[in-house]
Design a protein around this ligand. Structure first.
Ligand SMILES: *[C@@H]1O[C@H](CO)[C@@H](O)[C@H](O)[C@H]1NC(C)=O
Ligand SMILES: *[C@@H]1O[C@H](CO)[C@@H](O)[C@H](O)[C@H]1NC(C)=O
Ligand SMILES: *[C@@H]1O[C@H](CO)[C@@H](O)[C@H](O)[C@H]1NC(C)=O
Ligand SMILES: *[C@@H]1O[C@H](CO)[C@@H](O)[C@H](O)[C@H]1NC(C)=O
Length: 306
């Protein structure tokens, strides 16, 4: 190893083999979605650059290597997915600048980019550098919801979740009072944005806001935790129950009354028949019975005359 280096140094001094040095000022580049990114890469070579070869490769976080850019002796190849949003190095043979620009970065562009430079016969030395690119995405508008009975003593769960966002957003809940001033909500919010309120009476009803935030930005949603609605529901239930009771009482009374009336009629009717058969004078107030009795009496009264 040592002898190889010594040999190389010796050869480079002699001029048979040159040492190429590729470098970058930024090993880590952070960008948010939609932004353009400059991937800086420069090199030093003492050999003539007519055989210059530059290659940019990309290894996505979860996939295999793909080629981004290929340069050989003045000819350039830019693969299809990059063509429309790619700015290649301009005359890298003279500028010794192999930096590239990729426009409209997306989450899928996050990963490791490798800049490799070869310049025959200058093949020894540090011929490549890696640049690690993070693509941050602001949280998408979160989805706010309330689960559980919004009533004293019940478990209420406030849920807040953003579909998109990188790195994973952190969620915080605040309560907005009448003057729209924010007050942090007591209670713990889980990493997934869920906050449980075990005893709603310990909290105030009103407007709650959830902030989903990460380094790229912030998004909010608000939700109403309404006391009036809770009271209304209770009042409604009470009124409903009362009305139900009243209705039941009415129905029972009506049935009882009707049955009583029918019984009364039936008794009166049978009494009338008894009276009719015994030829006794009518005392009943029932009109039907009266009428028949009267008719009978009249007929009976006519009989002796006939
Ligand atoms: C890029 O983001 C990472 C992770 O959030 C952070 O640790 C690093 O300091 C950032 N680097 C730059 C140059 O902003
Ligand atoms: C190399 O090129 C990039 C992109 O064109 C540019 O931003 C950068 O300033 C250049 N670097 C040097 C050292 O000239
Ligand atoms: C809820 O909080 C109220 C007031 O702080 C308290 O009186 C009540 O006992 C609590 N109920 C439960 C189930 O913790
Ligand atoms: C939530 O977001 C709003 C508006 O983006 C901001 O004014 C407020 O301070 C944030 N609250 C917290 C607790 O981060």
């Amino acid at each position: 190893m040592c002898s190889t280096v010594r040999l190389l140094v010796l050869l480079s001094i002699i001029g048979c083999v040159e040492l190429i040095t590729v470098s970058t000022p930024h090993k880590y580049v952070n960008v948010t979605t939609g932004q353009n990114v400059v991937l800086p890469c420069t090199f030093v070579t003492s050999a003539d650059t007519k055989n210059l070869n530059i290659q940019w490769d990309f290894v996505p976080s979860s996939s295999i290597t793909q080629q981004v850019y290929y340069y050989q002796s003045g000819s350039v190849i830019i693969p299809e997915p990059y063509k429309s949003r790619f700015q290649p190095p301009s005359s890298p043979g003279t500028t010794k600048n192999a930096s590239i620009i990729i426009r409209d970065m997306q989450s899928s562009d996050a990963g490791v980019y490798t800049c490799q430079v070869h310049n025959l016969p200058d093949v020894e030395g540090k011929s490549e550098v890696d640049i690690i690119v993070h693509v941050f995405e602001a949280p998408s508008t979160p989805y706010c919801s309330v689960h559980g009975d919004v009533e004293s003593g019940h478990l209420v769960t406030l849920i807040c979740h953003s579909e998109r966002g990188s790195p994973t957003p952190t969620y915080t809940w605040t309560r907005l009072d009448q003057a729209k001033t924010r007050r942090p909500v007591l209670g713990r919010t889980t990493i997934t944005g869920i906050m449980e309120i075990r005893n709603i009476s310990q909290f105030e009803f009103g407007e709650y806001q959830c902030n989903a935030s990460n380094v790229a930005g912030i998004s909010t949603c608000t939700i109403e935790l309404n006391h009036d609605v809770g009271d209304g529901v209770i009042a409604g239930a009470v009124i409903g129950a009362l009305l139900g009771c009243v209705l039941i009482v009415l129905v029972v009374w009506f049935i009882a009354h009707t049955v009583k009336k029918h019984k009364y009629k039936a008794i009166k009717a049978s009494e009338g028949n008894e009276m009719k058969s015994s030829h006794r004078a009518p005392e009943a107030s029932d009109r039907v019975t009266m009428a028949t009795t009267a008719g009978n009496l009249h007929a009976e009264g006519d009989d002796p005359q006939a």
